[in-house]
Design a protein. Sequence first.
Length: 89
Amino acid sequence: MPRIAFTPQLRRFTETPEIDTPAATLRQALEAAFEVNPRLRGYVLDDQGHLRPNVVVFIDGRRSADRIALADSLQPHSQVHVLQALSGG
């Protein structure tokens, strides 16, 4: 089953569960995580349900191509990592 994990920076704001899900797409995997912790949605998605500009997702080490529909396919053993971009100087 695909596994979804979130960046440690998000733990400062809300619980970030690592979960295994039978999801076939990135959107389905994210929805499974949001079922565990609904507050997480607002940190990852904007009001239109798209990835926030400061969030990037890697699936099996490759950057997600679809920031809008989140329709990237997942394989049975995919590893999904949701990261927040950091800035500073």
